[in-house]
Design a protein around this ligand. Structure first.
Ligand SMILES: Nc1ncnc2c1ncn2[C@@H]1O[C@H](COP(=O)(O)OP(=O)(O)O)[C@@H](O)[C@H]1O
Ligand SMILES: [Mg+2]
Length: 410
């Protein structure tokens, strides 16, 4: 096709063209999704080998056979006689619950709530939120992921198609419907299980944009605490989960302010690029203005248990990136986590398949690269979990003792 032809056909973009394009693009996405999720219509969690299971439980692999034969733990399945043993995610989580030395949420302690924030799209908020949620389930936590971005990327990662499958009444939207007296008082109506054992989701869809119209309306009524609507609705669920993760839109929108206020801790991923760094600074400025204004009006005062900055999508060799990385570390000092997520195809490929590093059970090809990225996410998850245990659940430094020790059968 010549440039002249392209100009002539692409000049007008009528509403009917728009409608047609939207329909055909949705159709393409639908078949792409079906293809990527083949042969199962839905996403499937990976299976775990004995060695992976042992690592997650913190036990010696040689104990697996004995423990699997004891009868009080799922025994897993063999692919053939004398072949390796495999465990489903649910089996694996049952083992973790019984054997891991990671302290559980203490009796009476409530779910830790965490918002993943940054102004800029593409700063890996959704990737960080989703991997954090999945990674925490592999540490024995029960997690609720709340998608607050109308674009619904986190929802997509659970195998759902936001535009096609998620209606406004499946999202947090209804808690903002006027009159608030008759709006839902909790979010039970919106919680859905996912393909991933231990991970529930409240999905998002484009219709969630309505909340950004309704919340400003409420904000004009001085009797309404518009910033506390999500916090109030999530409260009943703080006994049901160990951790609640909010994935937010790339804006300090009314919903994002609600998420921040409902959160005990904040996580901000920042790729080492000028624009991402600048957005992070703009975010803190606007947030501090917003929270200071609320405080000065004697309406609200907010402290956070922790705030952590995660360097993400860090390229291997780039002079420009290491300069920005230095700014980030210098600016955020003690808030910057001592781990960085490398920029890697593994993450991108995962995203293409609507997946994450935790979705991949056997990564053929670049096993070393995969291990490096996976290891970085594991460290990130562990550090956030440690912040939860120390700053929110106040679990002392007591030495984690094994709950159970099995004789070794080498
Ligand atoms: N470590 C990484 N290396 C390479 N690409 C990444 C990495 N982490 C995320 N990405 C990709 O960057 C893009 C933006 O990430 P996303 O999590 O959707 O950002 P946000 O939610 O802030 O908009 C996605 O295509 C994602 O797959
Ligand atoms: Mg996102």
């Amino acid at each position: 096709m010549t440039a002249a032809m392209l100009d002539a056909t692409a000049q007008r973009f009528r509403l009917s063209d728009l409608v047609e394009l939207a329909e055909s693009a949705s159709h393409t996405l639908e078949s792409l999704r079906a293809k990527m999720l083949e042969p199962h219509p839905r996403k499937r969690a990976p299976t775990f080998t004995g060695a992976q299971l042992a690592a997650l439980c913190g036990i010696d692999p040689s104990q697996i056979r004995y423990l699997a034969g004891r009868g009080d733990l799922p025994a897993g399945t063999h692919e053939g006689a004398g072949k390796r043993r495999y465990f489903t995610l649910a089996d694996t989580r049952a083992w973790i619950a019984k054997l891991s030395s990671i302290p559980p949420r203490p009796p009476g302690a409530r779910a830790a709530t965490i918002a993943v924030v940054n102004f800029k799209g593409g700063s890996t908020k959704t990737t960080a939120a989703f991997n954090l949620a999945q990674g925490l389930t592999l540490r024995g936590r029960k997690v609720l992921l709340v998608d607050l971005d109308p674009q619904g990327s986190a929802t997509t990662l659970t195998g759902m198609l936001p535009a096609a499958e998620v209606l406004e009444e499946h999202t947090v939207g209804p808690i903002t419907y006027p009159p608030l007296e008759s709006a839902p008082k909790d979010l039970s109506y919106a919680i859905q299980p996912t393909y991933w054992d231990g991970l529930d989701i409240i999905p998002a869809a484009p219709a969630l944009y309505n909340a950004e119209i309704l919340l400003p309306m409420h904000s004009r009524d001085s009797k309404i605490k518009w910033w506390d609507i999500l916090n109030a609705a999530i409260d009943p669920h703080r006994d049901q989960y160990d951790v609640i993760v909010f994935d937010t839109a790339p804006a300090l929108s009314y919903l994002t302010v609600n998420a921040v206020i409902a959160s005990d801790g904040l996580v901000m991923p920042i790729p080492p690029e000028n624009l991402d760094f600048a957005s992070s600074v703009a975010f803190w400025n606007l947030l501090s203005e917003t929270l200071t204004a609320l405080k000065e009006n004697k309406r609200y005062d907010k402290d956070f248990a922790f705030m952590r900055v995660l360097l993400s999508k860090v390229p291997g060799k780039s002079a420009a990136a290491s300069i920005v990385k230095d700014w980030i570390i210098r600016t955020y000092g003690r808030y910057a986590l001592p781990v960085e997520i490398p920029r890697s195809e593994v993450t991108s490929v995962g995203a293409l398949q609507f997946g994450s590093v935790y979705d991949i059970d056997r990564y053929d090809g670049a096993a070393k690269t995969y291990a490096k990225v996976r290891d970085a996410f594991d460290k990130f998850v562990e550090m956030i979990d440690q912040s939860i245990m120390s700053s929110i659940w106040h679990i002392g430094e007591r030495k984690a003792e094994r709950r159970e020790v099995a004789p070794s059968h080498a």
